[in-house]
Design a protein around this ligand. Structure first.
Ligand code: PGA
Length: 251
């Protein structure tokens, strides 16, 4: 059914040289693992070099962000057209972008539309904050994020969703497998309402937030969880390979 996906979000880490070294460390092991889509998301400046390294392997590349215009006077931005040549995936709406760079639901929506238009596969990140979670507002928040992100998008082929509770990102305080499975199930039901059951059953929904080699099994055993968006642990070759391997064994 759904092929699991593990994406490594390197965030603002690694120089070009370090990115190449990290890729070389995991390349051979990762390439051998079957039945999992493996996606590396290094900083923009390393995409081209890593693209060369992984050519002919089963590993895919993703960017961490994209602007919604195709070209023009937008100093410092990277367009979907530029990325379409370099990679398959793009992370959109990560909570760090929402928090530090004021990305609103409307911006996230425009980015998804722009990415899909050029054939990039967006990994849309949604998730509630700690105070929202504690107030029992998780369903309301993820529903609002889904609705605003997907406004006027009638076809979500190529889309992946990552459920990332903000309180679990980079904190070492992961959700439990059961919690994540429950919210991801809820997200799938919302997608079913919006796009029909067939689309919902085909959609990959990942968990993200302090996933490590030690807790990966707990998440991958859950039926609704189709993989992970991994931050910190994706910077350690052995950890990342182990997460991918566990996923391949369990799914
Ligand atoms: P983390 O990050 O694994 O370091 O918590 C996850 C993410 O931000 O995607």
């Amino acid at each position: 059914m759904r092929v699991p996906l593990i994406a490594g979000n390197w965030k603002m880490n690694t120089t070009l040289r370090e990115a190449v070294e990290l890729t070389q460390k995991m390349l051979r092991d990762l390439d051998k693992i079957k039945n999992v889509d493996k996606v590396l998301c290094p900083p923009f400046i390393s995409l081209a070099a890593i693209g060369e390294l992984i050519k002919g392997t089963s590993i895919k590349l993703g960017a961490q962000n994209v602007y919604f215009e195709e070209k023009g006077a937008y100093t410092g931005e990277i367009s979907p057209l530029m990325l379409a040549d370099l990679c398959d995936f793009v992370i959109i709406g990560h909570s760090e972008r929402r928090q530090y760079f004021n990305e609103t639901g409307e911006i996230v929506n425009r980015k998804i539309i722009a990415a899909l238009k050029v054939g990039l596969k967006p990994i849309l990140c949604i998730g509630e904050r700690l105070e929202e979670n504690e107030a029992g507002r998780t369903e309301e928040i993820v529903t609002n994020q889904l609705n605003s992100s997907l406004t006027e998008i009638s076809n979500i082929t190529g889309l992946t969703i990552a459920y990332e509770p903000v309180w679990a990102i980079g904190t070492g305080r992961a959700a439990t497998g059961r919690q994540a499975n429950e919210t991801i199930g809820l997200i799938r039901r919302k997608i079913s309402k919006l796009y029909g059951e067939r689309v919902a059953q085909d959609l990959r929904i990942l968990y993200g937030g302090s996933v490590t080699a030690d807790n990966a099994t707990e998440f991958m055993q859950q039926p609704e969880i189709d993989g992970a968006l991994v931050g910190g642990a994706s910077l350690k070759a052995d950890q990342f390979v182990s997460i991918v391997r566990q996923t391949s064994e369990l799914k």
